[in-house]
Design a protein around this ligand. Structure first.
Ligand code: PGA
Length: 254
């Protein structure tokens, strides 16, 4: 079975003291992961090193960056390169979160560059896709998401694609308290898998984890994760509360 993943996206929240407390409470809990389950903690950039030190190789737990720049290095004040991430032991990075696409004008083409850079440095991209509300209302969400995948990922070989974790995050469900229904999530995840199958064949399509994101909470995670094509979640708000995130981790398929 492909990996079942609970990924926390802390976004631009928490002081270092709060971050350490949250992380310690999660790490000290009674969570028992099997070898197909993983917890990814996407922390703010200044906390990548202390978070890695706290996690200290705990089985099944990894720290991720929330973003990287689309150029390898150079005069880009304030940006963070994949080489820097790699040099501090980071192996995962969120790419193309809808907030980056919307507030920082990140295009599908720019995201393809980021994916390539990540893969060149053995960093697993957690690639986000998902449609805004008007696209859902026009019933063109399938085509919209297909185009996102096509432009940013489908130049990869099957071997390269297997290093990618996908996250389907309908924008209308992010931070709104409005979750996609279990049926909507399953339908979209199954569509995404079928698109990958068309391009890469079923072995590759079945090996890739597709996470659902958008108002995942302790109370709905179990039901959402139970769908056959949903392999866990990318969690924002609820990942900032230790007991909520612990409960979400425990909702992963066994
Ligand atoms: P949310 O955010 O869980 O707060 O809706 C999810 C995300 O943006 O990854």
């Amino acid at each position: 079975m492909r990996k079942q993943i609970a990924a926390a996206n802390w976004k631009m929240n928490l002081t270092i003291q709060q971050a350490k407390e949250l992380l310690k409470e999660i790490l000290d809990s009674d969570i028992k992961l099997n070898d197909k389950q993983q917890v990814i903690l996407a922390v703010p950039a200044p906390y990548l090193i202390p978070a890695t030190e706290l996690v200290n190789g705990k089985e099944g737990f990894v720290v991720a960056a929330q973003n990287c720049y689309f150029k390898p290095n150079g005069a880009y004040t304030g940006e963070i390169s994949v080489e820097m991430l790699r040099s501090i032991g980071i192996n995962y990075c969120i790419i193309g979160h809808s907030e980056r696409r919307e507030y920082f004008s990140e295009s599908n083409e720019m995201l393809a560059e980021k994916v390539n850079l990540c893969l060149n440095y053995q960093i697993n991209p957690i690639f986000c896709c998902g449609e805004p509300l008007p696209i859902r209302e026009q019933n063109s969400h399938n085509e919209f998401v297909r185009a996102q995948l096509q432009s940013s990922l489908f130049h990869l070989t099957a071997e390269q694609l297997k290093a990618v974790i996908l996250a389907y995050e309908p924008i209308w469900a992010i931070g709104t308290g409005k979750t996609a229904t279990t049926e909507q999530a399953q339908e979209m995840h199954s569509f995404i898998r079928s698109v990958m199958e068309t391009h890469y064949g079923s072995e590759t399509a079945n090996a890739i984890s597709i996470l659902y994101g958008g108002s995942v909470k302790a109370g709905n995670a179990g039901e959402i994760f139970n769908s056959p094509d949903v392999d866990g979640g990318l969690v924002g708000g609820a990942s900032l509360v230790a007991q909520d995130f612990i409960s979400i981790i425990k909702s992963l398929k066994k």
